[in-house]
Design a protein around this ligand. Structure first.
Ligand SMILES: *Cc1c(COP(=O)(O)O)cnc(C)c1O
Length: 389
């Protein structure tokens, strides 16, 4: 049976070139980058070269502004808890949005229990953050704004430059979760004017368990993890050298391929969308039709539950997901779709197709062949569908 992987926003396969770049550090080059002898120096060189590649992907001014972390989740935790701690004498108010990844939302929930005040900004029907609400919610106690660059479920790209200019004017630190955006959109932290930015290797064909936080020079932040002097005292723990080397190579490849890959993905994604529109009635595109990640297509199939579509596609060898990998298994509607104002019927029936550079037109043709009969069959069994008839 054909296998078609369309769940790249959950994770990506490790590129063979990335794997090659990692292998030496799992075999012969085993030195500790903190050691001063030759074994250590060789490992250190690999870490610093990778740091420069990751810095280049987002056009950071100085590679030392990149701190490696254990995941994108850790980068988000570090950014938000680190600023809340460092600036606790200045204020205790954070502004974020309703559609953030749980790595941001649950950090904010955690801080609320410790007395931090958090504003969760609403979004419009396309998932774009309400800028007027942002302006209104700023107080003299606001220390941090954390808004994602692009949403993982629907792909909507947020107006981060506009948000950055507001933050700058008010002297508030801005963090953006760019885990989905990095490698898919050109990012220039100097041009945007963002202070902190999270990334993760496994979303860009790198290994799992390695992320990074960009921390603009001069930003005071309290470390999340205490210990040795690693990462210039910002993240203790012996570096994941192989993971870092893989992240560096993945960042290099992403930057090199971006201008070619992006239109390719848009073409393939829109071909899938057109095909679905032609063959299946009563669907809805979720997310901004234009300001959207090139690889992401989130569709609601009315009267159905996303989970049953996913399971049936899985039986045909096609891997897709509902909103996010973290909420699958719970039958609660996605917090992102609810925030976008979808009713329960639309929110339940949503499926996310997230494409990657290995996908071919034949993969999409296969999906367009197996999907319509699944939707047809499920709708015939759906009480909601029968009710409506
Ligand atoms: C995947 C993801 C994360 C978490 O990254 P991990 O490396 O898996 O911990 C955070 N934010 C967004 C938007 C994501 O898509």
């Amino acid at each position: 049976m054909r296998k078609v992987y369309l769940d790249h926003n959950a994770t990506t396969p490790v590129s063979p070139i990335v794997l090659e770049a990692m292998l030496p550090y799992l075999k012969d080059i085993y030195g500790n980058p903190s050691s001063i002898h030759e074994f250590g120096r060789i490992a250190r060189k690999a870490v610093e070269e990778a740091r420069a590649e990751v810095a280049s992907l987002i056009n950071a001014k100085d590679a030392q502004e990149i701190v490696f972390t254990g995941s994108g989740t850790e980068a988000d935790n570090f950014a938000i808890k680190g600023i809340a701690h460092a600036l606790k004498n200045k204020g205790n108010h954070i502004i974020t949005s309703c559609i953030e990844h749980h790595a941001v939302l649950n950090v904010c929930k955690f801080l609320e229990k410790e007395g931090t005040r958090v504003t969760y900004l609403p979004v419009d029907n396309n998932g774009i953050v309400d800028i007027n609400e942002l302006k209104k919610s700023i107080t003299d106690k606001t220390i941090l704004i954390s808004i994602m660059l692009a949403n993982n479920e629907v792909g909507t790209i947020e107006p981060i430059e506009e948000i950055a200019s507001i933050a700058k004017e008010k002297g508030i630190i801005l963090h953006t979760d760019a885990v989905q955006a990095a490698g898919k959109l050109p990012i220039d932290v100097q041009k945007i004017g963002v202070d902190l930015l999270s990334m993760s290797a496994h979303k860009i064909y790198g290994p799992k368990g390695i992320g990074a936080l960009y921390i603009k020079k001069g930003i005071k932040i309290t470390p999340l993890i205490s210990g040795g002097h690693h990462e210039r005292n910002r993240r203790a723990g012996t570096e994941n050298v192989a993971g870092i080397a893989g992240f560096g190579k993945a960042a290099y490849l992403a930057e090199k391929e971006l201008s070619r890959e992006s239109p390719y993905l848009v073409g393939l994604r829109d071909y899938l969308h057109e095909g679905i529109k032609k063959k299946i009635q009563e669907i809805r595109l979720n997310g901004d039709p234009k300001k959207r990640l090139p690889n992401t297509l989130n569709i609601s199939f009315k009267y159905l539950e996303g989970e049953s579509i996913i399971l049936n596609l899985d039986l045909e060898g096609v891997a897709v997901s509902t909103g996010s990998a973290c909420t699958s298994g719970s039958l609660e509607p996605s917090h992102v779709l609810v925030a976008m104002g979808l009713d329960a019927v639309d929110a339940q029936g949503s499926v996310r197709f997230s494409l990657g550079h290995d996908n071919k037109k034949e993969d999409i043709d296969y999906v367009l062949e197996v999907l319509p009969p699944i939707i047809d069959r499920l709708r015939k069994m759906s009480p909601l569908y029968k009710e409506k008839k």
